[in-house]
Design a protein around this ligand. Sequence first.
Ligand SMILES: [Zn+2]
Length: 163
Amino acid sequence: MALRSDWSQRSCSMARGLDILGDPWSMLVLREVFFGNGRFDAMKSRLAVADSVLTKRLTGLVEAGLLAKRTYDDGGRPRQEYVLTSMGEDALPVLNAVVMWSEKHLPAPSAEAHMFVIHTGCGQRTGSADTCTHCGERLTAANTSWHSLTRSEAPINLATAAA
Ligand SMILES: [Zn+2]
């Protein structure tokens, strides 16, 4: 989606993936949509980001096929919100891995500045991005919650791809 140079035709699949998933704002937009926060104003508020930056990432993620636009009714006014596609939902282990790597290696600026990945099937924190290290079940958006201690007291069940 060419925020820098276009890497979409690179021979290395990691480079092609990073063309989309290597942008911090795009990853934070995906975080918000997984948290169920897919409306423009709410995302803008949570991310404290300029309209132009958010619009560019949303457009890029829709063009790349990770998000889709859906109309909702805002008190009689039709408005757009963003939902995950199955391609977007498949990025979940990438986001989980970033959280786990950061928790392991990067200092937190405060005691609350932590986020945990929880397998809702058994209720335990997992230490792996795609499998529950407590019970062995494969993680999907439907059986995973994120607990950001600065965001909510309880873990939040993740959004899944729109039907
Ligand atoms: Zn489990």
